[in-house]
Design a protein around this ligand. Structure first.
Ligand code: FES
Ligand code: FES
Length: 175
């Protein structure tokens, strides 16, 4: 039975913005954000790895901050502005991190990649990681079973200044 199937309890109204689109939904209190995205909204770019907050495959951005969607109840996101991997490109123009991941060959199977990229976008918003070591440390919640870490870090290192420059042009990173 799906995590969203009614067994008992009532569905709750939920309003949020996902990838720039306002949505009004009904969700059960036990539905995680990850299941809402994948099962109700068909946004399957966000991956389910461990489903226990240990791998980072489900990382999305809530109000600009990275969160594990598997540990977040959907009802906690009322009024939130969510961005998933599907919302990063602007039309045909890839996000700088998506381009950098291609340039640096930063994926093999690709399963961890949406979470890695969303996490790195959140990292740029945090504005803290300025060295390769700091990037490695602050991306350590995103595991890669293929072991593409050095390429991932190289991609993030290249894209961070581009994202920060863009954020500054648009009024600076969020607090
Ligand atoms: S699926 Fe959420 S952290 Fe692993
Ligand atoms: S590219 Fe396969 S898990 Fe990271």
């Amino acid at each position: 039975m799906s995590a969203n199937s009614p067994q008992s309890g009532e569905a709750h109204p939920l309003r949020l913005t996902i990838n720039g689109q306002a949505r009004s939904l009904q969700v059960y209190p036990w539905t995680t954000l990850l299941d809402l995205l994948r099962e109700q909204l068909d946004l399957i770019g966000t991956k389910k790895g461990c489903d226990h907050g240990q791998c980072g495959a489900c990382t999305v951005l809530r109000d600009g901050k990275r969160v594990n969607a598997c540990l977040t109840l959907a009802v906690m996101c009322d009024g939130a502005d969510l961005v998933t991997i599907e919302g990063l490109a602007e039309g045909d123009e890839l996000h700088p991190l998506q381009r950098a991941f291609i340039t640096h060959d930063a994926f093999q199977c690709g399963y961890c990649t949406p979470g890695q990229i969303c996490s790195a976008v959140g990292l740029a918003e945090e504005g803290r990681a300025c060295t390769r070591e700091a990037i490695r440390e602050q991306m350590s919640g995103n595991l890669c079973r293929c072991g593409a870490y050095s390429n991932i870090i190289a991609a993030v290192e290249e894209a961070l200044p581009l994202m920060r420059a863009k954020a500054n042009l648009q009024g600076g990173p969020r607090a």
